[in-house]
Write a protein that binds this ligand. Structure first.
Ligand code: NAD
Length: 301
């Protein structure tokens, strides 16, 4: 049994923590939202108010938070609140499963190691459905021995786990994948809109592309028109799924990494701009494949 201090019991963290508790681990949980704490207690999690004291009892401090700034604040402390790196026992593993900037992930790992702790970044894909079912995909950046230690926990929460390399490389893999996803979802939508204008039935185009070289996840799972893939968000007025706000966030992280590394990546940058615009409106709460409606509404002169 491992004692896990779990911070961030939201859409993803709540069910992930519940799965750890159900598997027999001792889970100490903290969130800022009272309803999240109430739900966690019902799932067998011991909620705490003093996170520093809880960190001193934990083998693993797991964060599932909205952004990297919050992760760093939790690690190092902020405005008088003690940092958990000062409170935990030496050698405690700081496992961050949030999706954050690669540079911030590396900064967090360095801060942890400088404080005598061990660190891993393990962002996920699979959404709330995967978090509830315990089938998330984890992309892990960690030293070999830290990876080996967190693997049994990740196996409780996930279905597919890939060790991508050292610190920050889990986040790197996640943003590279989501950059492809953002670009391909737009490309597939553009193909359907062009097909519509040319008089092609959605099903006919789907039947061709899904067996041809245009085949991809954005078409065969997340098809942006209703009909060909009955489970895709297009069949339920683009209820997510994967919300536009989350795609915009991930592409923002990709953009930061592109700039930092000096990579031109025209398509990734264009996708980032388009999803930032989409998420500034109603697209924030709709599935990211709903961007097809913006493409359909736009015309050249
Ligand atoms: P969420 O907003 O539902 O949950 C985040 C939780 O963190 C909230 O309950 C919030 O109150 C809590 N929180 C904020 N500051 C805190 C602090 N200092 N201490 C303790 N708790 C704090 O977000 P989510 O959808 O669960 O996403 C969490 C992370 O997972 C994000 O980084 C997101 O990008 C990533 N992610 C989300 C999805 C998805 O489909 N929702 C998929 C993959 C990855």
């Amino acid at each position: 049994m491992t004692t896990v201090l779990f911070l961030g019991l939201g859409h993803m963290g709540g069910p992930m923590a519940a799965n750890l508790a159900a598997a027999g681990h001792r889970v100490l949980g903290f969130d800022l939202v009272p309803e999240a704490l109430e739900k966690a207690r019902a799932a067998g999690i011991e909620t705490v108010t003093d996170t520093a004291a809880a960190a001193a009892e934990a083998d693993v401090v797991l964060t599932m938070l909205p952004n990297g700034r919050l992760v760093l604040d939790v690690y190092r402390g902020r405005e008088g609140a003690p940092g958990l790196l000062d409170a935990a026992r030496p050698g405690t593993v700081f496992l961050d499963c949030s999706t954050i900037d690669v540079a911030e992930a590396r900064e967090a790992a360095q801060a942890a190691e400088a404080a005598g702790m061990r660190a891993a970044d393990a962002p996920v894909s699979g959404g709330q459905v995967g978090a509830e079912a315990g089938t998330l995909a984890f992309m892990v950046g960690a030293a070999d021995e830290v990876y080996a230690e967190v693997l049994p926990l990740l196996e409780v929460m996930g279905g597919r786990i890939v060790h991508c390399g050292g610190s920050g490389l889990g986040q790197a893999a996640k943003i590279c994948n989501n950059m492809v996803l953002g670009v391909t979802q737009i490309a597939v939508a553009e193909a359907f809109v062009l097909g519509e204008r040319l008089g092609l039935e959605h099903q006919a185009l789907y039947d061709v592309m899904s067996k041809a070289s245009g085949q991809c996840w954005s078409l065969t799972t997340n098809c942006p028109v209703p009909g060909p893939v009955p489970g895709s968000p297009a069949n339920r007025d683009f209820q997510p799924g994967f919300a536009g706000a989350l795609m915009a966030k991930d592409l923002g992280l990709a953009l930061a990494a592109l700039d930092e590394q000096g990579v031109a990546a025209d398509l990734g940058r264009l996708a980032q701009a388009k999803y930032a615009e989409y998420a500034a409106g109603e697209g924030a709460a709709r599935d990211f494949s709903g961007i097809i409606e913006d493409i359909r509404a736009s015309h050249t002169d």
